[in-house]
Design a protein around this ligand. Structure first.
Ligand SMILES: *Cc1c(COP(=O)(O)O)cnc(C)c1O
Length: 432
């Protein structure tokens, strides 16, 4: 089984999550069921908060990228633990405000913000807006003028780094839908535009180089490219930034063969690099923001299903069909993402066969995983798919009119519902 401290096998031979029996949870709340280890989520939040406060310049802090898993409870936990919050839609802003997150702690992102969303963000007084290009700067300025507001803006730039080769690339990686490229000179031009706008304050820059980053090297390269850019902006435009947002992308291991990244080490080494570059350039150290999403919630989530049907094709695959699938976890269908899994009823048994976990939807591509090492599955078993805290619930759909599962949070060995199960009534609620 995936090595993770909160996943154990109890005396009954069952999988336990945060000390709570997974088979009992499935019995109590039904399946499919998202289980979230709240203690682990809060621990991760505090780790980012504390290391950033110690290692980075004054004012540095993490912003939880709420798109990874957004509901009122998660927003409230992030706020309680002292994190800011990233939102990428009016819906995420609404959820955060409904959870009691102060607007000043929200950073509003997105590459296609609508005018209505900009009005919502500016009227509610969000602390930062990450502007994605010249046209958006003009729209933010116009909305701010109409609302007699003066938002603080980060300009999202594209440093042109491929985090998976750790190389700075002049083309290709700048040819993406997010941000304004530095290598083409457009970022400098947009900075000039932002500084000329009458109804906003340019607080600094934002960049995000990708996901599933396992060590500090891509962040080092990001710091290098960004500090060179900051230096150029200072020389050519006389502007020195107060805030540098380096984005998210901290990896979590999904399978046994992936390394366990040391997030604290990644943060500390990134801070050292920033410090060294600022000294070299004699640049006043900016407050740093980072935006972990997956790194906070990913490993804290487990999805429980009930095995409905087991089939073997002679000489082919063994299929275990479960009562969920792409509706609650579209990651395999979307990007071929891999997850570890375990038969929760016999978690101590050797995972001595390869099983294709099939979802319930009418699509042959609706799989949770192919050739997953697993104990022999039987109908009625509780199947646990691990590391499903990020980009599962937040990407869920009602395809085939299957109600979305609830989320149960575990804290101090107790469980409670934080998002209730959808009902048939919920499914027709919007039908006219
Ligand atoms: C997706 C995203 C994040 C979070 O990414 P993770 O890989 O979940 O850490 C942070 N910032 C921005 C701008 C993003 O688009």
């Amino acid at each position: 089984m995936l090595h993770q401290q909160n996943l154990t096998v109890n005396a009954a031979g069952h999988l336990a999550v945060g000390g709570v029996d997974a088979v009992a949870l499935a019995g109590e709340y039904g399946t499919p069921l998202y289980v979230l280890d709240e203690d682990m989520v809060r621990e991760r939040m505090r780790l980012y908060r504390d290391v950033m406060a110690q290692a980075f310049p004054a004012g540095s802090r993490p912003y939880y990228a709420s798109k990874a898993l957004c509901c009122k409870a998660l927003c409230a936990w992030a706020h309680e633990e002292g994190l800011g919050l990233d939102a990428v839609s009016a819906g995420e802003i609404y959820t955060a405000l409904a959870a009691g997150v102060p607007a000043a702690d929200i950073c509003f992102h997105g590459n296609a913000k609508t005018e209505a969303e900009l009005r919502c963000a500016i009227a509610s007084g969000v602390g930062l807006i990450a502007a994605d290009g010249e046209e958006e700067l003009a729209r933010i300025d116009a909305v701010a003028a109409a609302l007699h507001a003066r938002p603080r803006v980060l300009l999202r730039v594209t440093p042109g780094i491929d985090p998976h080769t750790f190389a700075a690339v002049n083309t290709g990686v700048v040819d993406v839908k997010f941000g304004v490229p530095i290598p083409t000179g457009q970022a400098l031009a947009a900075t000039r535009t932002a500084l000329g706008m009458k109804h906003m304050d340019l607080a600094g820059f934002h960049c995000h180089i990708g996901s599933q980053i396992f060590d500090a090297s891509p962040f080092h390269l990001e710091v290098d490219v960004m500090l060179s850019f900051l230096d150029q902006v200072r020389r050519e435009l006389g502007y020195t930034v107060g805030v540098l947002d380096l984005g998210g992308g901290f990896a979590v291991p999904y399978t046994e063969d992936e390394p366990v990244p040391d997030c604290e080490e990644m943060l500390r080494r990134t801070a050292e690099r920033l410090d060294a570059r600022c000294r070299e350039l004699d640049y006043p150290a900016p407050a740093v923001l980072m935006e972990p999403g997956r790194g906070i919630v990913g490993a804290a989530g487990v999805t429980l299903y009930t095995v409905q049907n087991v089939k073997s094709v002679p000489g082919g695959s063994t299929f275990a069909a479960v009562d969920g699938g792409m509706g609650d976890n579209p990651r395999y269908a979307l990007y071929g993402a891999r997850h570890s899994a375990v038969i929760a009823d016999r978690a101590g048994d050797p995972a001595d066969r390869r099983v294709t976990i099939a979802g319930r939807c009418c699509e042959s591509g609706d799989l949770v995983g192919e050739d997953v090492p697993l104990q022999a599955p039987r109908a009625g078993d509780t199947l646990a798919v691990l590391v499903t805290g990020a980009y599962n619930y937040s990407m869920a759909s009602n395809y085939n009119r299957v109600p979305r599962p609830p989320i149960v949070a575990l804290r101090g060995g107790e469980s409670r519902i934080i998002v209730r199960r959808e009902t048939a009534e919920d499914l027709v609620r919007l039908d006219v």
